[in-house]
Design a protein around this ligand. Structure first.
Ligand code: ATP
Ligand code: MG
Length: 330
């Protein structure tokens, strides 16, 4: 099968190289259609996306994406926003789990964040009421709330997860978050085997940094989902190991959560684990569960052993050395 690969900016090219090598070693049969996008492409060609990229994603339905930066102040719209709008990738899925060998405060985190990706305050409906008053609108719809909650419960069912927790502030935002919460409860009733509860966003933040192990699947509107995603990435050792998937009805785009890391770009220092973990998510969704397990286990064992790891987790290995050592473990 064919899938689009977008290396992107900064360390993107180096970590995309790892993906290609690992994909080959796993014998996945995936043919990568490589397209350029991002600030570096824009500097050379005056546009953010290589022509044909969007149509290719539309045709394939599957894409793996490196970090892309948006040139500041030149009127470009962020690539992630463009992709999200064009393909209605309404669910942003971020699994967060502790890895033995990665320095962190907790060793027992294993949760999944399901973030609504299309509305809420991020819809971008903002205007000036007068020179001194800005107004932003929090848009919550029944259809998008039902859809994301259904996605979360379906995910829980398919992946043997036991509990789904809705994140909200419905005690204050009675209409918007209230609607989200009532949609959550409606959907929860269709999944009697899965425990359902809800938590107020501020209380959740405290609970996450005290006892993160009590959470399983979290489903949240866009803004809260964004914030707790980074909080949770921090719980398990930061950006080096944080993958995500953007999921729509016809298109799935997988990516590392981290950015283009310009400070280490081109130095063969980047940790390719996050994009490889995103690749593992993609393999699982493609029903290559076996290859996904082999890849995940190899990352875990390599990191736990700790002799051939990259500088971000205290090692001295280059991206290439890490990738080669990983392939040797597949
Ligand atoms: P961008 O504007 O593209 O988000 P950034 O400067 O915010 O770029 P990030 O990629 O978000 O950079 O990373 C923040 C810090 O984490 C940087 O110091 C970067 O070097 C480090 N970092 C991010 N990703 C990785 C990685 N895969 N391997 C090693 N270090 C990383
Ligand atoms: Mg950044």
């Amino acid at each position: 099968m064919k899938a689009v690969l977008i290396p992107g900016d900064g360390i993107g090219r180096e970590i995309a190289q790892s993906v290609k090598a690992v994909s080959k070693a796993l014998d996945t049969g995936i043919e990568w259609l490589e397209y350029e996008a991002g600030a570096e492409y824009a500097a050379a060609h005056g546009e953010l996306l290589q022509p044909g990229l969007l149509d290719e994603i539309e045709r394939c339905g599957w894409a793996l994406k490196g970090p892309t930066a948006t040139p500041i102040g030149k009127g470009f719209r962020s690539i992630n926003v463009q992709l999200r709008q064009r393909f209605s990738t309404y669910a942003n899925l971020r699994p967060v789990s502790s890895l033995p060998g990665v320095p962190t405060r907790f060793d027992n985190v294993d949760l999944v964040i399901v973030r609504e990706n299309t509305e809420d305050l991020y819809k971008g409906i903002e205007y000036m009421l007068d020179d001194n008053t800005a107004n932003g609108i929090k848009l919550i719809t029944r259809s998008a709330s039902l859809r994301i909650c259904r996605f979360a419960f379906d995910y829980a069912r398919r992946h043997g997860r036991k509990k789904v927790t809705a994140v909200h502030k419905a005690n204050i935002m009675k209409l918007t978050d209230g609607l989200f919460l009532s949609c959550f409860r409606e959907v929860a009733a269709e999944y009697p085997e899965i425990e359902a509860n809800d938590v107020i966003i501020d209380a959740l933040c405290m609970k996450l940094v005290q006892r993160p192990e009590q959470f399983d699947v979290l489903v949240a509107p866009n803004l809260y989902g964004d914030i707790i995603s980074d909080l949770c990435a921090g719980l398990v050792g930061g950006l080096g190991f944080a993958p995500s998937a953007n999921i729509g009805d016809k298109v799935r785009i997988y990516e590392a959560v981290h950015g283009s890391a310009p400070d280490i770009a081109g130095k063969n220092m980047a940790n390719p684990s996050a994009i490889l973990m995103a690749f593992a998510m993609m393999l699982r969704d493609l029903d290559h569960g076996d290859a996904a397990d082999r890849l995940t286990n190899a990352i875990h064992s390599l990191v736990q052993e700790g002799t051939t790891v990259t500088a971000d987790i205290g090692g001295t290995a280059t991206t290439t050395e890490f990738t080669d050592a990983l392939i040797a473990r597949l």
